[in-house]
Design a protein. Sequence first.
Length: 278
Amino acid sequence: MKRSNLPLAAVLVGAALLTGACSQDTSTTAPPSEDPGLGHIHGLGVDPADDSLYVATHFGLFRVKSDGEPSRVADRYQDTMAFTVVGPGHFLGSGHPDLREDLPAHLGLIESTDAGESWSPLALQGEADFHILEPAGDALYAYDATSGRLLRTEDRKSFDEVFQGPLISVAAVDGSVALIATDGDGQLHSIDAISGETRELGGPSTMYLDTTPDGNLAGIDPDGVVRVSTDSGRTWREIGSIDGHPAAFTISAQGWFAATETAVYRSTDDGDTWTRVL
């Protein structure tokens, strides 16, 4: 795979500007005269009900068919900034509404129990614009881009602040209270969700993180290089790469998935090789 020669700072600033633009400009979620397709990709998830891949984008939620064609869910143009699958047909999300819906600009934490066909508000509607949603056992970690706060909830209604500062990604390791996060400069940090203690880990610049089924940590850097850590982010081993700058990264029982702004790749060998699926 080819790798970009763009400086790290340019990639990270570009990612920040892209998500910032989505946060501030909700007018683009109005249905256009012609279907714009996916737009840029914000999140990925696999529904264990039928192993379908779902892609959350600036112009709606899409289900990827077996032939690789994306199908818009529910004819909705919701700008889904954060997206995660928490059970069969059970999704959590956040972002900005389809303008045909009489809803505030910030959706807060929302939930779907019918695989994205409909959504219901859970908390902080009109207040929070979550860009990260990370389930961890009974807890959920949610990063609000409007306030720069990482929040923790167990009932998805009331929240406690864990950390404040710019974050790109969060992954829970060693249970539900030990977190590894990447900041706006691509630096790795450990965060204790109970004490609030933080520590910079060093290591390679990283954009997105997730945990593997066997409990290890995986990350993807601004050039699309994928690495794995078996010691909670202290050391890393390079294993593969995708073609382009990453926009989303997730690991499920059905495989590893990574997206650029407009393409999705899948690995079935724990990140060693990648095939484009969208």
